[in-house]
Design a protein around this ligand. Structure first.
Ligand code: A2P
Length: 275
């Protein structure tokens, strides 16, 4: 069993989940089926990935009970606004074929559009109506989070951000800790880049008899973040979930964090727009 993390609304999330961007239809269903069979219980999708139908098919066909699975999906830019956000959630419920969403996030803040507070108000109501169990955000900065709290008094349960050893986000993680917000990491493996060959990662892998991918995912867990690695390969899926049986030393964690050099993509949430 994967350990869990408790959110500010009292619900629990597995400490590691499966990311699903960039795969479609039957391939997606097969990927999620393999992950559920391997023990994954947190599946991360988004309306804009186009992966909701595949995720929904795998969940419906699985022998794992629905109540044991946590499905996260996200509201894209084109659905910012109060009515639009509700429409987005209805579309996701329909495409996933479920009667509730476990965790609904605002995908990007889009500060120039300036509708994320209205979007958030709709999510608060969706949660009251029971259509969504937990509500959170993605790619929000501390300033965006401050504004949500000031204008609605409801603090997001989760902020899902770009986080990997090249971009450890120490300041934002500290803000999350102070405000009771759980950090989730997208692209936790730096998308399989040369990160996995970097010497602090390779050295720790050698020392613990695990793979470089496992070292990086364990680094996330020890930072208190929930990594959402993507893999369509069942063996790598299993390996990625198997990171709760060893512990990195403080020195190893610090050496891996020392790989910091910035975002992999040019997606500054204050500027980046995606609809
Ligand atoms: P594959 O689907 O063939 O396993 P991220 O989650 O950071 O976006 O990275 C995803 C990429 O990393 C995918 O291309 C995936 O390929 C690859 N990947 C996933 N797990 C591992 C692992 N344990 N070791 C090496 N590469 C991995």
């Amino acid at each position: 069993m994967t350990p869990t993390v408790t959110l500010n609304d009292g619900t629990e999330l597995p400490a590691l989940g499966l990311g699903t961007v960039e795969a479609d239809g039957e391939d997606m269903a097969a990927t999620v089926t393999a992950a559920l069979d391997s023990g994954y219980r947190l599946i991360d999708t988004a309306l804009s990935y186009g992966t909701e139908p595949g995720v929904g098919r795998a969940v419906a066909a699985s022998t794992v009970p629905r109540e044991d699975i946590r499905i996260t999906t996200k509201i894209p830019g084109r659905f910012h606004g109060y009515d639009e956000a509700k429409e987005s959630a209805r579309s996701s419920l329909n495409d996933l074929g479920v009667d509730y969403i476990d965790l609904l996030l605002i995908h990007w803040p889009l500060p120039k559009v300036d509708k994320y507070v209205d979007t958030w108000r709709a999510m608060i109501d969706l949660q009251k109506d029971g259509l969504v169990k937990s509500i959170g955000v993605s790619n929000f900065t501390a300033a965006h989070l401050d504004r949500l709290e000031a204008e609605t008094s409801v603090v997001p349960s989760v902020n899902q951000i770009e986080l990997h050893p090249y971009f450890p986000q120490a300041e934002l993680r500290a803000y999350h800790a102070q405000h009771g917000i759980v950090t989730e990491s997208w692209s936790p493996l730096g998308r399989g880049s040369e990160l996995l060959k970097a010497s602090p990662v390779a050295d720790a892998a050698h020392a613990h008899g695990v793979s470089p991918g496992q070292v990086v995912l364990r680094w996330h867990v020890q930072l208190g973040a929930i990594p959402l690695p993507k893999s369509s390969n069942p063996d790598r899926q299993k390996q990625n979930l198997d990171v709760f049986g060893f512990e990195l030393t403080d020195e190893e964690v610090a050496a891996i964090s020392g790989l910091e050099r910035g975002r992999i993509w040019d997606q500054d949430p204050d500027i980046y727009e995606e609809f």
